[in-house]
Design a protein around this ligand. Structure first.
Ligand SMILES: C[S@@+](CC[C@H](N)C(=O)[O-])C[C@H]1O[C@@H](n2cnc3c(N)ncnc32)[C@H](O)[C@@H]1O
Length: 220
């Protein structure tokens, strides 16, 4: 059961009772998504490009997706977005997040119209965005293409340690192009070692509200 909860920046998140965790930072869902995934991830990885491929781990409410689409529309970048989700939310729950406030009517409408089909197959949203949400676990995910950027947005290591094992991090990293960018809201010694072991240079960046640091890593 997921319960809509207000975070400190006035945006909502969901509290997942089974896992015992929120989908976003309680210090600000919108702030976290913009800071970690859009500013440190997408903006950095798409600089100078007119097309970008994103692999997200954990589609959840779609907040990272809609903010990415808005960014790409504003910057004339074609967006190819693949987001793995093992436990998709219903359209009803997504409609209750209030996230329509943060994007244009067009972005919200195209997202809502295509969400359920994107769980089955790749969908074209507007002429310059493709969205697919493979309905499976990260461990079961495989694809024969490589991505420019990975948004690693799993539940925390305290609540879902299997999503932060060396093996699963290596599996996720294997889908990134050389020169590609891996970003996540978290940073631990173990995570840094796991990412480095896969041939990445790591950077510690200031974290989203409530977190001192976050990780960005570039594949050599
Ligand atoms: C922190 S939330 C992601 C928040 C999301 N990016 C958003 O903007 O709403 C973690 C997500 O990972 C999903 N998840 C949990 N276990 C998973 C697994 N083994 N493989 C893929 N996704 C998983 C959860 O269902 C949840 O949607």
């Amino acid at each position: 059961m997921n319960i809509i909860t207000l975070t400190a920046d006035g945006s909502n998140t969901l509290y997942n009772e089974t896992i015992g965790e929120h989908y976003h930072s309680k210090h600000g869902a919108l702030q976290e998504s913009k800071h970690v995934f859009i500013e440190a991830g997408l903006k950095f990885a798409s600089a100078g490009k007119n097309e970008i491929s994103v692999l997200e781990v954990g589609f959840g409410t779609g907040l990272n997706f809609i903010l990415s689409l808005e960014y790409c529309i504003s910057n004339n970048i074609k967006l190819n977005y693949t987001s793995i989700e093992a436990y998709p939310l219903t359209l009803d729950v997504i409609n209750q997040t209030g996230y329509s406030e943060y994007v244009s009517e067009q972005t919200w409408a195209t997202f809502i119209a295509n969400y359920e089909d994107a769980l089955k197959d790749e969908q074209t949203l507007l002429p310059f965005c493709n969205l697919e949400i493979p309905y499976k676990t990260l461990a079961d995910f495989d694809i024969d293409k490589l991505f420019d950027v990975i948004y690693y947005d799993a539940f925390s290591v305290q609540h879902q340690p299997e999503m932060w094992s060396d093996e699963i991090i290596a599996h996720a990293c294997s889908f990134l192009k050389p020169g590609g960018t891996f970003v996540t809201y978290a940073i631990t010694g173990k995570l840094k070692r796991a990412v480095k072991a896969n041939g990445f240079n790591i950077e510690k960046l200031p974290g989203a509200l409530g977190k001192r640091e976050m990780l960005r890593a570039m594949k050599v």
